[in-house]
Design a protein around this ligand. Structure first.
Ligand code: SF4
Ligand code: SF4
Ligand code: FES
Length: 236
């Protein structure tokens, strides 16, 4: 049985709307949003899939902070009385809590964050040295699940719609360090441009809020070093 009532405000197309939701121990923010949709207003739009922090689709603003709602317990973000849920920042809103992820993924492509393969099925499988410094760098960001929490946390994205953002740039860094990827020239060109890595002011909101404890800020610092070196060597 519910032990208490949670006062929930949800940002919707026509403005904030309040609901009273039964409160339970170990209740997540996604549980709360789902309760509203199932019991109070079936027209509420939101997105989720796995409920276990693997798909990245349930990210929303919770009391002003971007979070995976399926892995955020209500007790961790409120004193148990009130909570405010909104759509992820820095992305167009489709409806209510569902945002359009296209700009986020378009920037992965713009940053050349896609594999550039050079081998065919007839070539032998490339040997990867798991202990090499470049592999360590590549592995550091490999667990990114494209949730856009870091993108929503980034003030530079908020002020510059062309900025590629932390996730796309981290992916570019991963591929630049991947011995199996042959796109280094294209990657360095892509991340050196107007919306590229040098826009990052290194304040670290992306790293602070990434629920997977990844460190896009350090990946971007790596890109800054490599693009500077590339500029120097090409200019000689
Ligand atoms: S770096 Fe972290 S916060 Fe950003 S998209 Fe990947 S998993 Fe999400
Ligand atoms: S460190 Fe760079 S990418 Fe990360 S939030 Fe700040 S400006 Fe954005
Ligand atoms: S529902 Fe998949 S990460 Fe939250």
């Amino acid at each position: 049985m519910p032990s208490d009532v949670l006062h929930v405000t949800i940002d919707r197309a026509n403005g904030p709307e309040s609901f009273e939701v039964p409160a339970y121990d170990n209740q997540t923010v996604l549980d709360v949003v789902s309760w509203v949709q199932q019991n109070a207003d079936p027209t509420l739009s939101y997105r989720f899939a796995c409920r276990v922090g693997m798909c990245g689709s349930c990210a929303m603003m919770v009391n002003g902070v971007p979070r995976w709602t399926c892995r955020t317990h209500v007790s961790k973000v409120t004193d148990g009385a009130a909570i405010h849920v909104g759509p992820l920042r820095n992305l167009p809103i489709i409806k209510d809590l569902a945002v359009d992820m296209d700009p986020f993924f378009d920037k992965w492509v713009a940053a050349e964050g896609v594999h550039h393969g050079g081998l065919t099925r007839d070539d032998s499988i490339a040997v990867v040295d798991e202990g090499s410094a470049t592999r360590v760098e590549a592995n550091a960001g490999i667990e990114c699940i494209n949730c856009s929490v870091c993108y929503a946390a980034c003030d530079t994205v908020a002020g510059n719609a062309d900025y590629l953002g932390p996730a796309a740039l981290q992916r570019a860094w991963t591929l630049l360090n991947d011995a199996k990827d042959e796109g280094s020239v294209a990657i360095l060109d892509a991340v050196s441009g107007d919306g590229g890595c040098h826009n990052c002011h290194s304040m670290g909101s992306c790293t602070l809020y990434c629920p997977n404890e990844l460190d896009p800020m350090s990946a971007i610092a790596g890109l800054k070093r490599e693009t500077a070196k590339n500029f120097f060597w090409r200019g000689r």
